[in-house]
Design a protein around this ligand. Sequence first.
Ligand SMILES: *[C@@H]1O[C@H](CO)[C@@H](O)[C@H](O)[C@H]1NC(C)=O
Ligand SMILES: *[C@@H]1O[C@H](CO)[C@@H](O)[C@H](O)[C@H]1NC(C)=O
Ligand SMILES: *[C@@H]1O[C@H](CO)[C@@H](O)[C@H](O)[C@H]1NC(C)=O
Ligand SMILES: *[C@@H]1O[C@H](CO)[C@@H](O)[C@H](O)[C@H]1NC(C)=O
Ligand SMILES: *[C@@H]1O[C@H](CO)[C@@H](O)[C@H](O)[C@H]1NC(C)=O
Ligand SMILES: *[C@@H]1O[C@H](CO)[C@@H](O)[C@H](O)[C@H]1NC(C)=O
Ligand SMILES: *[C@@H]1O[C@H](CO)[C@@H](O)[C@H](O)[C@H]1NC(C)=O
Ligand SMILES: *[C@@H]1O[C@H](CO)[C@@H](O)[C@H](O)[C@H]1NC(C)=O
Ligand SMILES: *[C@@H]1O[C@H](CO)[C@@H](O)[C@H](O)[C@H]1NC(C)=O
Ligand SMILES: *[C@@H]1O[C@H](CO)[C@@H](O)[C@H](O)[C@H]1NC(C)=O
Ligand SMILES: *[C@@H]1O[C@H](CO)[C@@H](O)[C@H](O)[C@H]1NC(C)=O
Length: 539
Amino acid sequence: MLLLSAFVSAALASQANAAAFAGSTSTFQFPPADVTATASDIASLFPDASEVGFPGPTPTGDEAESIATAPAVPKVQSFYPLIRPETSDNKGIEYNVIDSWANLSPMQSVASFGLDGSSEAIPEGCNINQVFLLHRHGARYPTSGSSPATFAATLHDAAGNGTLNATGPLSFLNNWTYKLGAEILTPFGREQMFDLGVGFRVKYGDLLKNFTGLPVWRTTSEERMVDSALHFAAGFFGVQSYQDSYYQLIEIEEDGFNNTLAPYDDCANANNEIADLGTNATIAWNEVYLADALERFSADLPGMNLTIADVSGMQTICPYETVALGYSAFCDLFTEEEWRGFAYGIDLTFWYTDGPGNPAVSAQGIGWVTELVSRLTQTRLTTSNSAINASIVSSEDLFPLNQPIFVDASHDTVISSILTSMNFTSLAAGGPLPTDHIPAFQTYKVREIAPFGSTLVGQVLSCPASDTPTHIRWLLNDAVLPQTGIQGCEFDKDGLCELDTFIAGMQQRIEEVDFDFDCFANYTFSLANDTITTGQFPQ
Ligand SMILES: *[C@@H]1O[C@H](CO)[C@@H](O)[C@H](O)[C@H]1NC(C)=O
Ligand SMILES: *[C@@H]1O[C@H](CO)[C@@H](O)[C@H](O)[C@H]1NC(C)=O
Ligand SMILES: *[C@@H]1O[C@H](CO)[C@@H](O)[C@H](O)[C@H]1NC(C)=O
Ligand SMILES: *[C@@H]1O[C@H](CO)[C@@H](O)[C@H](O)[C@H]1NC(C)=O
Ligand SMILES: *[C@@H]1O[C@H](CO)[C@@H](O)[C@H](O)[C@H]1NC(C)=O
Ligand SMILES: *[C@@H]1O[C@H](CO)[C@@H](O)[C@H](O)[C@H]1NC(C)=O
Ligand SMILES: *[C@@H]1O[C@H](CO)[C@@H](O)[C@H](O)[C@H]1NC(C)=O
Ligand SMILES: *[C@@H]1O[C@H](CO)[C@@H](O)[C@H](O)[C@H]1NC(C)=O
Ligand SMILES: *[C@@H]1O[C@H](CO)[C@@H](O)[C@H](O)[C@H]1NC(C)=O
Ligand SMILES: *[C@@H]1O[C@H](CO)[C@@H](O)[C@H](O)[C@H]1NC(C)=O
Ligand SMILES: *[C@@H]1O[C@H](CO)[C@@H](O)[C@H](O)[C@H]1NC(C)=O
């Protein structure tokens, strides 16, 4: 009797365990609610530093400005503490899987956008007068309802409450649980933002001397956006003082609200079938490059009818688990060629939904470009005919025009929209992306455009050095962007364009982008006739 009941409860326990495996979701929140509830009881026992006193000597040194003073500027090359995965073939060779994660790659400095020999360091003879930073948030969990969670649910369903029976390289799935949250930053993503703040202080800190008030820096209201902005500021100013060192403007990101850092919320064609162009392109490409993997994996998952969408979900779990958990068993299931295919699939999504191949994209980016011109020309905007929020930009307090350092936090798709609006045509030089093969000449690569922690930096310079700016240039993930697509900007080995010429080019872009039509007109577009490269509906 005793033995039997022990046996029964062991069997029940193993069934409960089984139900917890194979794709079930596990979550944890620290501190747990009951701990939080009682935490204040003894908080008074732990006075903060200002109450304790005795801080020791605190002299500050001078500001750093390595961008102007150092002979070379170091590149972002590390993704500590993430484990660099291997591929299922060619193990141990030079190829880095992380380079194929596109917008899910941690930002690493881009080698070159064609201006070989140019550098992030201020060109000889120039002075830096002002800097603009537009950056993406750090590494996050998958967005709600995306393919990783869908795959976990599919797997869980397939297992029922029994064993999955996966074999070979997939046998780890029998015990695999889904540990990812959604939307918010991972600890590694917070590190990226803190590091970005530190790096920006070391490179550009000297420009703080030219502020006449506290900096006003912007982000959006989403949790990961606020978290990113605060971690950037903590890195830039230090955790003890960042809250008193600047103002954080948090612009509402929600359907129907105007926000140049989230312009899709004010653009109907960013939320209907026009926005499916990229998804469709990627779905078509998945059928091509994942066919082999589908066959391989199916053999190891008896009793489950795996689809291409499932396999795509499995591949997508690799970068997400890695940036959240440090490691993923999904990564080395795929070959090097399949990883190159993965990157290309995301390149397709961005080109046709958030880049040069989507007719509503320049319209989405043009609001930020209009704000940029306002800042560069010291001309206050009072109205909006794009995603601009007029109540924000018309306020001197909320939207100062004269800052030596501007910092805006945004999203991958917004950075790609803005680059398209600004007409950095070298990124689109390879033309529309085919959905059946990876072209030999490809200039549009999302890893270089919008990885986690991506940065677009505008350096406003005086050449020769003075207090009056004469030139501007742009660095995307630390590599200098050619400005030859911008009307009037000549070829320059350092990517410089005269400031007035650049401003005139941007004003022309503001003229030629039809926000109302491209975002709100009822037009049709399909992959079959989508040959555009300017992110605008063809005139
Ligand atoms: C698995 O177990 C849960 C809870 O015991 C039950 O609700 C569910 O129906 C079971 N699913 C299958 C496929 O047997
Ligand atoms: C796994 O194998 C067991 C024993 O053969 C079987 O009862 C079960 O249905 C299999 N599970 C799946 C998901 O096929
Ligand atoms: C998977 O879980 C089962 C049930 O708890 C356990 O018996 C088995 O050892 C686990 N396998 C691995 C590889 O962890
Ligand atoms: C503009 O921003 C203000 C301040 O955040 C907000 O109250 C208002 O709703 C916004 N307006 C629109 C149209 O987004
Ligand atoms: C995307 O594919 C679906 C299904 O084939 C199709 O109905 C839809 O028209 C396509 N959308 C675009 C924008 O090409
Ligand atoms: C898989 O597909 C086959 C053939 O269509 C079908 O007979 C079988 O029931 C399916 N199995 C599952 C688990 O859906
Ligand atoms: C929001 O944007 C629309 C253009 O899409 C504009 O008509 C409206 O005035 C803007 N509202 C504010 C508060 O800027
Ligand atoms: C910035 O501040 C420095 C040091 O106070 C000063 O020499 C310089 O003229 C200022 N530059 C500008 C562009 O205002
Ligand atoms: C944008 O690029 C297109 C294509 O190269 C060019 O025709 C157009 O003049 C450019 N516009 C501006 C304002 O630079
Ligand atoms: C867009 O135009 C099509 C064809 O004329 C029509 O069927 C559809 O209802 C229109 N959609 C909207 C949102 O007006
Ligand atoms: C693209 O093709 C669709 C039909 O597939 C047609 O309705 C639409 O007008 C075309 N758009 C352009 C811009 O040529």
